[in-house]
Design a binder for this molecule. Sequence first.
Ligand SMILES: [Fe+2]
Ligand SMILES: [Fe+2]
Length: 291
Amino acid sequence: MTAASLAAHPPAPGDGPLPPDLATVAQAAEAAIQRGEDHGWSVADLDWAAIRPELLTEADVSVVRFITFIEDHIPGYVTALLHAFPVDGAEHDLPVVALNREYFRFFIAWAHDEERHASALTRYQETAGLADPRQLRLDLAAEGRKHMTLPYLEPLEIFTYTMLQEKATQLFYQQFRGAISEPALRELLLRLGRDEARHFAFYSHLVEEYLRRDPAAAAPHLKEVLRTFRMPLAETLPRYRRWSQEVAATAGYDHRQSYLALERLVDSYTRTAGDSLDEVAALLRAARSLP
Ligand SMILES: [Fe+2]
Ligand SMILES: [Fe+2]
């Protein structure tokens, strides 16, 4: 699908902003998957014998429990994504399915990474003696079975939402790593943070493509996500608000940093676009100054 072929079949009103070009997405997905392969690691690569649980504070343990719940929600997340970007069913337009097929390649590689994060954190809790293995799995299943729905329908909004989460988790793992002394967890957080940075790069590439192709139509969608953004599980995990505040304090983390990346992206387009992008930039600045 090229820009010319898309122009021959213009999207109907209300269809949302012009999607990225098929060839561009195919290349981006292929490159992102290859980067993942080149920097691949497995749970067995970690030096599990090096864990020194006595170096963990109670607050550190609480953070590990929290991030295990978050990462362990990958089955629900990937199910929602596959539902939002269908590749089976003749009722779906062919150009849409072709584009979704490229997204699928990345989603599977991404889900594999996130599954490894969940497995590694679960094993960490078990090996460090932070939880009874059977009870931990039951606790994770109790949260994991809570149905997850993506709060957005428009693909650009889903990508923006996911991009912000990837940046937020990347920054969080970096910050938390700097705040702890337990060597095995530090090593694990380094690997998690690098993976999240790669995930962010792919999703931000997509968001950037939307902005490049159709800045005025993309802006309201970015704005909508920034206005309403909440981390997944904020609605379902017990005590989420209090717990996430404690976790942030332990790690010395400021969640507003994730907005900076998007602001930089949007800023680079404000000169060429109209008022709506200026509004997005203003909103990002406002989001950063929130308490
Ligand atoms: Fe992750
Ligand atoms: Fe990620």
